[in-house]
Design a binder for this molecule. Sequence first.
Ligand code: FE2
Ligand code: FE2
Length: 194
Amino acid sequence: MQSISDELRLDKRQAPPAELMVLRHRYPPAQWPAHRNYGELAAFWLQVHAGLRGQGRVLAETTRDFREARIDIATFGRVFAGQLRDYLQHLEGHHRIEDLHYFPRFRALDNRLVAGFDLLENDHEIIHAQVLTVVESAQALLRDIERGGDAPRYSADAYSDRAERLHGLLDRHLDDEEALVIPSILEYSEAALR
Ligand SMILES: [Fe+2]
Ligand SMILES: [Fe+2]
């Protein structure tokens, strides 16, 4: 993987530059589903991303319910731990399959795609680092719930700051990835990726 310039990093960029998104202008999102090369893989990819966005939203709602005292602490601790585990397993599993299986295949299809997929792989590293800080603050929160008292309120605030940052990074990444992956599938077909 090539090194990524600082202003293109996931935590710095507003949008990826046009030269990395070479096929995007040929395939506007509204036309994706009707394209003859739009098949199971493209649909599944978007479905996984929608699932991750949804899991993130549910988790944020659970945390908000606790911070605004709409659920009791025991229920929160149980629900939160399960939702966070499922969300992060889904997220990290998805990134592993992309890094190991799909991204190398996209790079092999077209030299112009290499820099874009390198950028997405670098995004995964930045997201993983943020996942680790989220896990650390979630563990502190769960420990404070066991102990009782006021501490969980403060650790829920600390957790929420980190989780919001993760959701922001992931939203940017999912949007940019879809804008690179789906046009590439439409251009080269799903058979080229097996
Ligand atoms: Fe990704
Ligand atoms: Fe993805």
